[in-house]
Design a protein around this ligand. Structure first.
Ligand code: ATP
Ligand code: MN
Length: 478
């Protein structure tokens, strides 16, 4: 294979009059002369000029939208507008033909829904190229943020035997012939004979294991796949998603919120810097998309403005109780515009409430703390009021909940008492409780849904469009 230069590097090199070889996929071919070539390294295409008078017509015919080609020639300053350099090709080689009649990606606008059906090809579009380059940058930035701070990247198991968290429906993992599983004498499925000798499932969260790591290594984080068989067909839920879960020994609730805010700002800053072109493209895309909406439903800020605004301001911090007071007094509540009216203290917030707080009331990211213990998990640290726990949810404009976390209950007696109250089997979680028996200490952590972060930074509207191959009810294609 001859040396090939990626288009991004060429466009940024500032060089001209050098010999280059470029490889990529033809976006368009105009006048038997101008190829717009893209190789996915950047949203920008490189113009390749074909010397059509000296090129075999049979070859010219094969330069079609979607074809993979290699072009060798001189990189020269471009006279045309829209590009600074172009390649005057001396040799064109077809690496892979693409029948223009059958190629599903025509050089025109396709709907996101249609592109989801051809997710195997959507990497070749501007929108998805940009989305997945931003996704890549965000993932890298997450690691860099934690690594700079001395956190240990810990791999928690994908297959677990505990759904103690009760975070959602789990996917079962079994080796049985499901049509004919072994039964016990009383007719139940006998998991003792299964692969692991017990019932197992795909993880819904690495938190409990993450806490074990933090109880010896101080600061850890996980970044891995998470599975929830929740049958929610929303634009915010996937059955398989990636979660970032840091756990920190000797952190209290405020330290936890500070870290989450710093992480979010760090990775957004990083992407704005690293993927400027992509985010500018996505900003334009969103403007175009919003033109379809009535004026009053369009965003007041463009995507880039939203991201910059998020960086420039402190997140608003308030308690659940304060939020309820604001919601009770809000116009949509009084005018009965909310689907779920906010009447009393104690119920969980619906996404319409979260969005009202973030998008209408504060108009910026919000950190809500100290939720009623009844609506939160058993491991959250109990506050002195006896009613609330040291939970925190971070709510983002257009997204709703992006982070869920808490200070963890480190006091063995309180933890056991809460587990008894809500019927969580202590014997199954003996290992978790051991960390409270031996050298327990204040600690905290949170889970950041990676796709929700990518949604926010790319301005896309549906979570299925920010993960390469989305998994959701009735869909596991590709
Ligand atoms: P929600 O109320 O939105 O369903 P949750 O309360 O179930 O969220 P947690 O269990 O706290 O969420 O999970 C931590 C984070 O993981 C959430 O803040 C969110 O960013 C992300 N998350 C949760 N469920 C999903 C899902 N099904 N698909 C994608 N991301 C998710
Ligand atoms: Mn959920």
């Amino acid at each position: 294979m001859s040396q090939r230069t990626k288009i991004k590097a060429l466009l940024e090199s500032g060089k001209t009059d050098i010999d280059v070889t470029v490889k990529g996929w033809v976006r368009t071919f105009r006048n038997n002369q101008f190829i717009a070539l893209n190789d996915g390294s950047t949203n920008n295409t490189l113009q390749v000029i074909v010397d059509f008078e000296n090129t075999d017509p049979a070859l010219l015919k094969r330069i079609t939208t979607g074809a993979a080609i290699s072009a060798t020639g001189k990189l020269v300053a471009s006279l045309g507008k829209g590009q600074s350099v172009e390649v005057k090709a001396t040799t064109i080689e077809i690496l892979g033909d693409s029948d223009p009649e059958k190629y599903p990606l025509q050089p025109k606008k396709h709907s996101l829904e249609f592109l989801r059906e051809i997710a195997h090809l959507r990497f070749r579009t501007n929108t998805f190229g940009a989305v997945f380059r931003v996704r890549n940058t965000l993932a890298f930035a997450v690691h860099q943020f934690f690594q700079e701070r001395g956190f240990i990247y810990l791999h928690t198991p994908i297959i677990t035997a505990s759904d103690a968290e009760g975070a959602g429906e789990t996917f079962h993992v079994t080796n049985f012939d499901i049509a004919n599983p072994p039964k016990t004498e009383t007719g139940e499925i006998d998991y003792k004979q299964d692969f692991f000798g017990r019932a197992t499932n795909l993880t819904v969260s690495g938190q409990l294991e993450g806490e074990l790591g933090a109880m010896g290594m101080s600061d850890i984080y996980t970044f891995g796949p998470t599975f929830r068989a929740e049958n929610s067909n929303t634009t915010r839920h996937l059955a398989e998603f990636w979660m970032i879960e840091p756990e920190m020994a000797f952190y209290d609730a405020k330290d936890n919120a500070d870290l989450a805010e710093a992480l979010l700002k760090y990775v957004i800053t990083y992407a704005l810097d690293k993927n400027k072109d992509d985010i500018e493209f996505l900003t334009q895309r969103l403007l175009e998309e919003e033109k379809q909406k009535p004026q009053n439903e369009r965003s007041e800020m463009t995507l880039i403005e939203k991201l910059q605004f998020c960086l420039a301001n402190d997140f608003e911090r308030l308690t659940y109780t304060e939020a309820i007071d604001i919601l009770k007094d809000s116009t949509p509540n009084k005018k009965k515009k909310f689907q779920y009216l906010v009447e009393g203290w104690g119920t969980d917030l619906q996404s319409e409430h979260e969005r009202y707080l973030v998008e209408k009331h504060f108009k910026k990211p919000v950190i809500l703390t100290d939720y009623p213990k009844e609506i939160k998990s058993f491991y959250m640290r109990q506050n002195d009021d006896g009613k609330t726990v040291a939970a925190m949810d971070i709510l983002f404009p257009g997204i709703g909940e992006i982070v869920g976390g808490s200070q963890r209950e480190e006091r063995l007696d309180r933890l056991e008492q809460r587990m008894d109250e809500i019927g969580i089997p202590k014997d199954e979680l003996w290992w978790y409780l051991d960390t409270r028996r031996f050298g327990g200490c204040p600690h905290a952590g949170f889970g950041l849904g990676f796709e929700r972060l990518v949604l926010f930074v790319t301005g896309m509207g549906n979570i299925r469009d920010v993960i390469p191959f989305p998994r959701f009810p009735k869909n596991a294609e590709f």
